[in-house]
Design a binder for this molecule. Sequence first.
Ligand code: SF4
Ligand code: MG
Length: 328
Amino acid sequence: TRALRRRFVTHKPLVGAQTEVRAVDGIDLRIRRGETFAIVGESGCGKSTLARLLVRLIDPSEGSVIYDGTDISRISADKMRGLRRDLQFIFQDPFSSLNPRMTVGALVEEPMRAHRIGTRRERRARVAALLERVGLMPEHANRYPHEFSGGQRQRIGIARALASGPKVLIGDEPVSALDVSIQAQVVNILEDLKQEFGLTLIVIAHDLAVIRHMADRVAVMYLGEIVEEAPVAELFTAPRHPYTEALISSIPVPRVGARAGVATIDGEPPNPIAPPPGCRFHPRCPYAQAVCRAERPKLTRGPDARSVACHRHAELSLTGLAPDIAAR
Ligand code: SF4
Ligand code: MG
């Protein structure tokens, strides 16, 4: 059997009145079965668009998304409906993603009905089991989403995403709308479920701290492009892209033993309608040189399974988290 792979060489124009925005531009990623893969970047970098492309909630204008040998960007809507059983999405905002007129039980049962899974009785039993599995109670099935807190609603969203027995869960900022104290609980649930059901998890985040203890590999996105891809520990202790370094420097670290902060990320990300020429990060990069303004660096895979798109990566020695802090 083939490894789970998804490959994208994707351009997604969002066509406005006079403008075309490539929210996601020429991305090539391979995600392995059973791993937790994180996609990180500032808001507006295109990571939500990428997440939606992965499960064909939107269509790519070019390129392909290959899931288990099938190019899901080319199959019929009917075939895609069948595959949705495997590929489920957890939305950022559990307030707006759950239909307020449906009971929790109906919301969790809906994907099973859509995929004609089980008898009504079996589905009800599975709803009860799923609610318990995410830390809610079977009785909650009769209540409505507004009766629950944000964290509980995200648990409902997770139970619903699990209902069809998926192989891949994609979470678009699944915890960023939640209080920090609740975030860890929801992350723990996702990690437990991943083990229990052998899921592949794809997590989108704007915050490196959230995925630090969760991800196996990380892709860092900037203005629609992947600028670095690496195993999580290496990314944190030895970043190779100046943007990754800047993201790491913005993680709050405990005071004792903390190094002095390096460059913070100056300014807003440039307008994606007119990305800067050359390296898109150059207007904010403390290491930029003439070549950076003139030539667009290609994402290059090294022999060590790490990739980076920076003209100067070989000569720069960037600051990551000190190993003792990274281990915490
Ligand atoms: Fe900075 Fe140049 Fe590397 Fe871009 S290519 S990240 S501007 S050093
Ligand atoms: Mg987003």
